[in-house]
Design a protein around this ligand. Structure first.
Ligand code: ASP
Length: 610
């Protein structure tokens, strides 16, 4: 037997027992004729005491960091207790030890605050995974996995595996492709999600399906994306949107409870996509704090029916506002005493290329009731007061105003709000706020491809009230130019996103389940009959054999874990992640393959652009 206990297990109550432990040497500390060793495994650390006699043996067989050893000895009460670790009351008086395996000096210290940089840690990820902090993240991931499985199982969901070697599934990204040796010149695609399979399972009658499953998307990797990532993927038949929202609120609340011991009893807020864009400038608003957008001026077609309050800023000859398509303000609570240096810094912040604004206008709502602004020259104090009041600012607040083109300004204001929210301490890691964003637009215009694309995916159904518009319109979709002018008034989808603290953690939709409507949708996306048949003949075919009404959702499992773990990066919660260029630096993948493999595939490599 290699061990009787783990290194996290022994307490004062074990004193006097003889035990055998095994693990990795964390530290070796020599004090004259005795030596202390901290022995580590995934359960904790136990202090070992090598007395005088064994100390001599240690001289001929010295222990080094990360050596794997086995020791036997008596559990004994420590004189110098360590209250910071659960085993801190005891130590083992080692009677004999065996070096099971030596270790080279590790390239970084295996400690919470390691001296290893990111690249080094990823290259030696198997060592990095020994660190407490990383292990805790994987434990949290496993806890989320278990909570989700338990909940879904209890609700009657069945875990059904779907294939990885498939034909393209459109989720808006590029496919990874795999050449087929048995079918030379032909390729499989790796699934961007199991979308069409889960819908087929509904047609087959498995009316509650789930899978914790890998998805593959060949995207340019922004900071927090991985080419392969994991979803909690779910689908249900005979449901309406309301059923889905309830079921999956339940899932997330259960995860909160089981993993974080949080009783999320409050009702999950709901907001339409239009409301989210209007009040937060963002379709995944962080509602842990207010600071909502005050839309002073915006082009009439973007939010039909909303009131323009441009009279507050018009007529002052202030070109910055007069010439802008959109002017939006937010009020930062308690910031009226910001110094020139601080406001200059904020101005520089919005001018950064990622934000892309030309400048920032301020109104200080002083505690004494006076108003001071960087646009004093153009606005009377009375006007400044009116603008500030429109934003909901109170005495002591600082109003920040951005002006420019609609889309950019809205996005920039949203970013500024989030940044200030962070700086002002309104975005706390331990506070969780869920939100459903509903009624997304069904389509969006892809400027690059000069065509309409499905905003979610082409299997999402339009709102029943909007189906007629869609069907009656020529399937080449309204008139692109016309529609573009009314992006917010277009056809809405039966689609929903779940948002947690400003992150989209899940998204789904009620699906189309009639062949005729699905064909219309494909046509609207510019697919002629032949292409429809070629790409989705199987699905259209299935819809002819009794497809039930159905809908579903998929949660970004890695992201959910990272938010629950209070980290910005999903990589911290993936055992073997890829770096920002999609490389596995430990395996050194992707890599070239042998000529023999090319021969078998009957492929000749002829890289373009080399
Ligand atoms: N397959 C979709 C996605 O990956 C989720 C869904 O509609 O259920 O985003």
């Amino acid at each position: 037997m290699y061990r009787t206990h783990t290194n996290g297990e022994l307490r004062l109550s074990h004193a006097g027992q003889t035990v055998t432990l095994a693990g990795w040497v964390q530290t070796v500390r020599k004090f004259g004729s005795i030596t202390f060793v901290d022995l580590r495994d995934r359960y904790g650390i136990t202090q070992l005491l090598f007395g005088e006699e064994l100390n001599k043996e240690l001289e001929s067989q010295p222990l080094g960091r990360e050596f794997v050893i086995q020791v036997s000895g008596a559990v004994s009460e420590r004189t110098n207790k360590n209250p910071n670790i659960p085993t801190g009351d005891i130590e083992i008086l080692v009677s004999n030890f065996t070096i099971l395996n030596k270790s080279a000096v590790p390239p970084f210290t295996i400690q919470d605050d390691t001296d290893g940089g990111d690249d080094l840690r990823m290259k030696y990820r198997y060592l990095d995974l020994r660190r407490n902090a990383v292990r805790k993240n994987l434990e949290l991931r496993y806890a989320v996995n278990r909570a989700a499985r338990n909940y879904l199982h209890n609700q009657g969901f069945m875990d059904i595996e779907t294939p990885f070697l498939i034909k393209s599934t459109p989720e808006g990204a590029r496919d990874f492709v795999v050449p087929s040796r048995m079918n030379p010149g032909q390729f499989y695609a790796l699934p961007q999600s199991p979308q069409t399979f889960k819908q087929l399972l509904m047609v087959s009658g498995y009316d509650r399906y789930y899978q914790i499953v890998k998805c593959f998307r060949d995207e340019d990797l922004r900071a927090d994306r991985q080419p392969e990532f994991t979803q909690i993927d779910c689908e249900m038949a005979f449901v309406e949107q309301e059923d889905i929202l309830n079921m999956f609120e339940g899932l997330v609340k259960t995860i909160f409870k089981d993993v974080k011991h949080i009783d999320y009893t409050e009702t999950v807020q709901r907001m339409t996509w239009e409301e989210a864009m209007w009040t937060y400038g963002n379709d995944k608003p962080d509602i842990r704090f207010g600071m909502q957008l005050c839309n002073l001026k915006f082009p009439g077609h973007t939010f039909p029916g909303r009131k323009n309050i441009a009279e507050l800023i018009n007529g002052a000859d202030f070109k910055v506002f007069d010439e802008a398509e959109t002017v939006i303000a937010i009020a930062a609570p308690g910031c009226s005493e910001y110094t020139r240096k601080q406001t200059d810094e904020l101005t520089e912040w919005v001018k950064r290329p990622q934000i892309g604004m030309k400048g920032l206008v301020f109104i200080k709502c002083n505690a004494d009731g006076s108003f001071k602004s960087s646009a004093d020259k153009f606005y009377s104090e009375e006007k400044l007061k009116a603008i500030a009041e429109a934003t909901g600012a109170k005495a002591g607040d600082l109003v920040l105003i951005l002006a420019g083109a609609e889309e950019r300004t809205r996005k920039a204001t949203s970013e500024l709000r989030l940044e200030l929210g962070k700086r002002l301490g309104f975005r706390k890691d331990d506070e969780f706020k869920l939100l459903w964003v509903l009624d997304f637009p069904l389509f969006e215009y892809d400027e690059e491809g000069n065509r309409w694309v499905a905003r979610h995916h082409p299997f999402t159904s339009p709102k029943p009230s909007d189906i007629d518009t869609m069907i009656s319109n020529d399937p080449s979709i309204p008139n692109a130019a016309e529609y573009l002018k009314h992006p917010y008034a277009g056809i809405r989808a039966n689609a929903y996103d779940m948002v947690l603290n400003g992150n989209e953690i899940g998204g789904g939709s009620i699906r189309i389940y009639q062949r005729e409507l699905q064909e219309k949708m494909f046509a609207a996306l510019g697919m002629d009959e032949e292409e429809q048949q070629h790409k989705f003949g199987f699905l259209l075919g299935a819809f002819e054999y009794g497809a039930p009404p159905h809908g579903g959702i998929a949660f970004g499992f890695d992201r959910l874990c990272s938010i629950l773990g209070g980290s910005e990066s999903i990589r911290d919660f993936i055992a073997f992640p890829k770096n920002n260029s999609g490389r596995d630096v430990m395996l050194d993948a992707p890599a070239a393959i042998d000529n023999k493999q090319f021969d078998e595939l009957q492929i000749r490599l002829d890289l373009k652009g080399e």
